[in-house]
Design a protein around this ligand. Structure first.
Ligand SMILES: Cc1cc2nc3c(=O)[nH]c(=O)nc-3n(C[C@H](O)[C@H](O)[C@H](O)COP(=O)(O)OP(=O)(O)OC[C@H]3O[C@@H](n4cnc5c(N)ncnc54)[C@H](O)[C@@H]3O)c2cc1C
Length: 392
């Protein structure tokens, strides 16, 4: 490890957020990314890659629009491919008024969102879904998915082309402060100097920064399975989200059905896991055939989850801030449970605006830490544990 260089910015964490931040800053900053594990991050490579609900960030339509536009324009960069596909949030009779209102609100914000009745869904997506339990759905036409590992590696490779250095297998043990300002980080007994330190460290941010600032974040797990099915999914088969089962699903390019959800808090921080829970396996087995047509012969092919966890925040939204009271030059970049892949374009743009003091193309203040009165990690959030997935 070279401890003599001084950098404009050290990014701690080489997941999708760290890589997106490094790429944004690369053209006009000397940037070093320090990653404790391997390139691509911990939660990031495991993701389903959906950006189905980015348009749902209720208060932040401009940030959501920024993310949507980024993915479309980034399609074709290096190995990165964005699959455009509509997404439907299925709604039950009790949820119908929410669904209609939500679609109208999003449409008024300029998103391509429509409320469809069950008959309209069947008409538009014939042979796709079993709709007995639903009266309709909110359709987002601007959605899609991507392969999160390829995406992260494309961001990394672009950052490296612009001169960013990556050190993997390198844990930052301390942030170094002098006279109230960040001067660098400590790794393996060495100190590396920098004017800014961006913590893209997910749920671990709380512990890393505990001396300087309290960050309300706690780990939770997503779970996914891939099902091998006998049927084919056409080019139109939609991404779906179902609040009743707390599951989402989409086709894979190889013909499998990818199913995710089953979120739960990790009570033992640092616990590492690679298998899904029995309850999620059972939920998939009993539910998915009641949602997707002609998959009676489905069989479990593979499963995955966050090894240690993704970062939950008390209100589900990102924390992107140089917090008041924290040392100058310290920036926090945490996505919250709405999904770091889909949030990465605006998280990284917001971080850039904080570091450079440029104006971001959307309001950054809504992501500041001081929106929380309680900074403890004792919070619950519906997004993770609710009996139903949240109404977004
Ligand atoms: C199964 C699953 C499905 C998902 N589905 C979606 C989806 O469909 N859409 C979506 O948008 N999101 C989804 N997500 C969530 C998304 O993957 C995460 O929100 C996102 O990857 C978080 O990115 P990150 O860079 O903050 O975290 P990570 O990828 O976890 O990266 C943080 C990195 O920081 C490093 N680090 C921590 N502390 C230190 C330290 N002290 N020194 C050095 N390095 C450190 C860690 O090693 C880690 O690599 C899913 C996640 C999973 C697991």
């Amino acid at each position: 490890m070279d401890s003599t260089n001084a950098y404009d910015v050290i990014v701690v964490g080489g997941g999708v957020i760290g890589c997106a931040v490094a790429r944004e800053l690369a053209p006009d900053h000397d940037v070093l990314v320090l990653e404790a594990g391997s390139a691509g991050g911990e939660a990031s490579p495991k993701a389903s890659g959906l950006m189905a609900i980015v348009a749902d960030l209720p208060e932040y339509p401009a940030a959501a629009r920024h993310a949507l536009e980024f993915f479309k324009s980034y399609d074709g960069t290096g190995q990165f491919e964005f699959t455009s596909r509509s997404a439907i949030h299925l709604v039950t009779a009790e949820e119908e008024s929410w669904g209609r209102e939500h679609a109208a609100t999003k449409a008024a914000q300029g998103f391509d969102v429509t409320y469809l009745t069950a008959a309209e869904i069947e008409n538009r997506y014939p042979g796709a879904l079993v709709l007995d339990q639903f009266v309709g759905g909110v359709e987002f036409s601007q959605s899609g998915w991507l392969d999160p590992y390829t995406y992260t590696m494309t961001l990394k490779s672009e950052a490296e082309d612009e001169g960013v250095r990556y050190e993997t297998g390198t844990e930052v043990t301390d942030i170094v402060i002098e006279d109230g300002s960040v001067t660098g980080v400590r790794v393996e007994g060495a100190t590396i100097a920098a004017d800014h330190v961006v913590c893209a460290t997910g749920w671990r941010t709380r512990e890393l920064l505990s001396e300087f600032v309290e960050v309300p974040v706690r780990p939770f797990r997503w779970q996914t399975v891939n099902l091998e099915v006998g049927r084919e999914f056409g080019e139109e088969f939609p991404i779906c989200w179902d609040r009743q089962s707390r599951m989402y699903w989409r086709p894979e390019h190889n013909g499998d059905l990818h199913v995710g959800g089953g979120t739960y808090f990790v009570e033992d921080s640092g616990d590492v896991r690679s298998t899904i829970t029995e309850s999620f396996r059972n939920a998939v087995a009993t539910t998915i055939g009641e949602r997707v047509q002609n998959i009676e012969d489905a069989r479990f092919k593979s499963e995955d989850c966050c090894p240690t966890g993704d970062a939950a925040t008390p209100d589900d939204h990102p924390i992107i801030d140089a917090p008041d009271g924290a040392p100058d030059g310290l920036v926090v970049a945490i996505t919250g449970p709405v999904g770091g892949i889909m949030c990465s374009p605006f998280v990284s743009t917001a971080v850039r605006s904080i570091v450079t003091e440029e104006t971001a193309p959307f309001p950054v203040e809504p992501f500041s830490l001081d929106r929380f009165e309680d900074l403890s990690a004792e919070f619950e959030c519906d997004y993770v544990t609710g009996l139903q997935a949240p109404q977004r």
